[in-house]
Design a protein around this ligand. Structure first.
Ligand code: ZN
Length: 429
């Protein structure tokens, strides 16, 4: 039989049974292994014996990014130090980084999960995977690399940036899969186009991590490189790293590895569940993580649950694309706006390209104003500028319920990024 990294459950009931077992194990393990968790559980008045069903999850206290920073440098540690074989840290720019520890089993679980992503994207052992993400203390490079080796394809570890070298390896090594951030994907696609390399390279698939990619951007990149398919991969350092979910070839949502963690989608203010289909914060509880288990960890990432099963037939549950972080939320005249929503709206307007910026100003009248600066698609007629501008204003108002102004730039006018794109310019304070 062909080796698979997919879990073998016959139905969702078996998956739920597996989750309950993992939850019971995690709570007992955290309670007995970590002074931090014992204190948290005692405060909330719960003991491992209280976990009898998956509904008992709601009795458990939340864990936050602040708890990780307070416990610096080895927060949430639930095993003796001799069992730790590695640490990774988040690439946070302000204050202390979040450091997470791994046992050998944690690493094995992570690489198996990542190998599952490559499997879901339809790779084979004959694929050549060019990895253009950061290597080092953060999880990206290591995840893509070790997952690729675990899966059995050929890894080509280039690292981020370095466009000349990327192009050279794409041509010489005939890489079939390219892994990077969405911004880097656009950059490399435009560069390949500019250098006339499209027919000399062999990239069929792209796997994009760490950053939201709009439909318009997907389409542009796919077209410039002649790709067969593109996938969004999810993950965060706190929960192993990238590789904990991927959209399958049907692209109806992101399958996440529900045999390894439980996902709740909660209202960030009330911390109660949001109705299915509404945007809320992802809260995760790990099911087999040894060194630093997560119990109801508030990720700050926003998404929606997708209730309908995927037409691919895979039992693993799905959530929507990440809509942004609750920290990135903009409040404009009392309305909460997530950058991902703007993205969604712009993607529905065919004349609009993939790059955009949000500019927020406070005017002399004391009111806040938002201007969306957006690139038009290639070959658009400047005479249509006013029409597009009005279309954007109307659509944003209809879908997000705020007024805005729009400014149309020509294709290629807005900056490209090798890392994460900067899109919000809040000049209000
Ligand atoms: Zn699917």
């Amino acid at each position: 039989m062909k080796k698979t990294f997919m879990p073998q459950f016959n139905d969702q009931g078996e998956l739920f049974d597996h989750q309950l077992e993992g939850l019971k194990w995690t709570i007992a393990h955290a309670y007995n292994g970590s002074a931090f968790y014992k204190k948290q559980f005692d405060k909330a008045g719960v003991t491992p014996d209280d976990i009898k069903s998956l509904d008992d999850l709601s009795k458990l206290p939340f864990t936050t990014g602040k708890d990780l920073k307070d416990g610096y440098p080895l927060p949430l540690l639930s095993v003796p130090e001799e069992k730790i074989v590695r640490i990774h840290a988040s690439s946070g720019t302000t204050g202390k980084r979040k450091v997470l520890a791994y046992t050998q089993k944690d690493l094995d679980d992570w690489f198996d999960m990542f190998a599952r992503c490559y499997e879901m994207a339809g790779l084979t052992q004959m694929d050549r995977v060019q990895i253009a993400v950061g290597y080092g203390v953060w999880t990206a490079g290591m995840g893509f690399q070790m997952g690729c080796e675990r899966f059995g394809a050929m890894a080509i570890p280039i690292g981020p940036g370095n466009i000349d070298m990327q192009c050279q390896f794409l041509e010489d090594m005939q890489a079939t899969v390219f892994c990077c951030t969405a911004s880097m994907a656009l950059l490399i696609a435009e560069e390949v186009h500019k250098r006339g390399l499209k027919n000399k390279i062999n990239v069929k698939k792209m796997i994009l991590g760490s950053e939201r990619c709009s439909v318009a951007m997907h389409t542009k990149i796919k077209e410039l490189l002649g790709l067969e398919d593109m996938f969004d991969i999810t993950g965060m350092t706190e929960l192993y790293g990238p590789g904990t979910g991927l959209d399958c070839t049907k692209h109806e949502g992101i399958h996440y590895w529900a045999d390894k963690f439980i996902l709740e989608i909660l209202d960030p203010d009330t911390l109660g569940p949001v109705p299915d289909g509404e945007i809320g914060e992802m809260v995760v509880t790990s099911l087999c993580k040894e060194a630093a288990p997560l119990v109801r960890y508030r990720t700050r990432d926003l998404t929606r649950k997708i209730a309908t099963p995927c037409s691919c037939g895979n039992l693993l549950f799905m959530h929507d694309k990440i809509m942004g972080r609750s920290d990135d939320m903009i409040i404009l005249r009392g309305v909460n706006i997530y950058p991902g929503q703007i993205d969604e709206v712009l993607s529905s307007i065919p004349e609009v390209g993939s790059e955009y910026q949000l500019h927020l100003e406070r005017m002399d009248d004391g009111k806040d104003y938002m201007t969306i600066k957006v690139e038009a698609v290639q070959g658009f007629d400047p005479a249509d500028t006013d029409d597009i501008r009005n279309k954007i204003k109307r659509t944003v108002h209809a879908k997000i319920m705020v007024s805005c102004d729009a400014q149309i730039c020509t294709y290629g006018q807005l900056p490209r990024f090798e890392g994460k794109a900067k899109r919000i310019f809040d000049n209000r304070s």
